[in-house]
Write a protein that binds this ligand. Structure first.
Ligand code: PGA
Ligand code: ZN
Length: 427
């Protein structure tokens, strides 16, 4: 037994930012370290994500997670008590062994995620260091570029915008805190612009805190961002880039093999041409999930069209799954992948994906989910592995600001050691 030995583990049901139940876990070590973590939830989930256990039935509209909570309290807790929390790969392996399925369908990836993350937090607390230093060591000092989602569409908003996320990417700053300020200034200008052009209801926000204006066309959203960047006194394409998450599986009609974009039906070839025009006309630097989650070949084609000028990123395509990431890399389909711990279920599997991507010269973008909690763990994960990129929504709603504020604290703690990824010309 050591100070790191897991002494207690328990789970309870809390609610996420959409009011849906989710799993929260507390891990306590013999040395008095405490770790608490909650699992987020997606709305535009990839088909190949690990299984999220929901109760079904009438209460909570079927969204309850009491089975996942019970799995932690009944099966996981007794099995990991006595293990060493700092040997988190061993703890995670035990979780995979207990579950025994390839997609975590027995215990639920929502149960596993909260346990795995609470465990590393408890280990860090036992050691008396912040989580980013426990996972990344004292070398960890790179603050990420925030891909800040200012306009919400798709499954995250009650409007007609085809694409899910319209982001600004503030690269032209010396510090993370300056980059955050730049993006916030654009957010404020955007609010004025939308109100002037579309009326007061245009400034209501969607699931990730970005505005959800009554727009019909993707270009309207891009125009709004470019205008707001200028009004805030910045230059698009030098100070601030744009990024898109098309989340194309959401507007793909499998039966007809067409994509429904801006009220029209487009073939894969048409959609490719559409992206080509967009990146010619706007300073878009990143496109996530441009095609559906099976379309490795189309991703590859788009990459060769944009010739490294635009980064093509997988999310529903890659689902933080090492086999799918390896396939996407070997088929030249991606420049990088989104990393969401709950798509796979454990921090060590996520770490394997991050390390594989970085060793392959690819990007890893640490990401929240559209249904999230005040848990700020992804701020620590982004700094720990020095990935330099994070997606955590608009500077609004507590579940989004909790991550930004933790990054501000990390920058403060690091003091002169802190480095901002935008300064490294990472993009
Ligand atoms: P989700 O969306 O959390 O609803 O899956 C986020 C994303 O697609 O990046
Ligand atoms: Zn996505």
């Amino acid at each position: 037994m050591s100070a790191f030995t897991i002494a207690d583990v328990y789970a309870l049901q809390i609610i996420d930012s959409r009011g849906d139940p989710t799993v929260e876990v507390v891990v306590v070590t013999e040395g008095g370290g405490v770790g608490r973590a909650a699992t987020p939830a997606g709305a535009s989930r990839g088909r190949y994500e690990a299984v999220e256990l929901r109760d079904g039935g009438r209460s909570w509209g079927g969204r309850g997670v009491s089975r996942a909570v019970e799995n932690v309290n009944k099966f996981i807790a007794p099995a990991i008590k006595g293990l060493e929390s700092n040997m988190y790969r061993v703890v995670d392996r035990k979780l995979l062994e207990l579950d025994g399925t390839p997609n975590k369908s027995r215990l639920g990836a929502n149960a596993l995620t909260a346990v795995s993350l609470a465990n590393v937090k408890a280990a860090a607390d036992t050691l008396g260091v912040p989580l980013f230093q426990f996972l990344g060591g004292f070398k960890a000092r790179l603050l990420p570029i925030p891909l800040m989602n200012l306009i919400n569409g798709g499954a995250h908003a009650g409007n007609e915008l085809t694409f899910q996320e319209f982001m600004v990417v503030p690269v032209g700053a010396d510090k993370f805190s300056e980059a955050l300020r730049m993006a916030v200034e654009v957010y404020k200008e955007l609010r004025k612009y939308l109100k002037e052009k579309y009326g007061p209801s245009a400034i209501n926000v969607g699931d990730e805190g970005g505005y959800a204006p009554p727009m019909k066309f993707v270009r309207e959203a891009l125009d709004a961002l470019v205008n707001s960047i200028r009004r805030a006194g910045y230059s698009e394409g030098t100070d601030i880039y744009l990024a898109l998450d098309a989340a194309a599986s959401q507007f793909y009609d499998e039966g007809k093999n067409v994509y429904r974009v801006d009220g029209k039906e487009l073939s894969s070839e048409d959609l490719l041409e559409y992206y080509r025009e967009l990146v010619d006309q706007y300073p878009v630097k990143i496109i996530e999930d441009p095609f559906n989650e099976e379309a490795f070949q189309e991703f590859t084609k788009l990459r060769s069209y944009v010739k490294g000028q635009v980064l093509i990123i997988g999310d529903d395509l890659t689902v933080t799954n090492i086999n799918r990431i390896k396939k996407a890399v070997s088929t030249d389909s991606i420049d990088g992948s989104i990393i969401k711990v709950n798509q796979v279920g454990t921090i060590s599997e996520s770490e394997e994906c991050i390390e594989y991507l970085l060793n392959s010269g690819k990007k890893a973008i640490i990401s929240h989910r559209s249904g999230d909690t005040e848990d700020n763990v992804i701020a620590h994960i982004a700094v720990a592995y020095g990935v330099g990129l994070i997606k955590t929504g608009a500077p609004a709603r507590g579940e989004r600001t909790s991550k930004y504020n933790e990054l501000l604290r990390i920058e403060y703690w690091l003091g002169d050691e802190a480095l901002y990824a935008g300064k490294l010309k990472l993009l």
